[in-house]
Design a protein around this ligand. Sequence first.
Ligand code: ZN
Length: 55
Amino acid sequence: MAAAKDPVCGMEVDTSSDLKFEYNGETYYFCGRGCKLEFEEDPEKYLDPNYEPHM
Ligand SMILES: [Zn+2]
């Protein structure tokens, strides 16, 4: 089972999750609906190298 990192909170998430979102040709996975919605709202904020993932 593959793991990915939730870009919003930094949690490890399973890539078989349905909580995913494609952006710029990359697929991002999320621990929950809350994180996914936040990412969809402003992907650049979470992809910024200066952004520190936190709960
Ligand atoms: Zn999360």
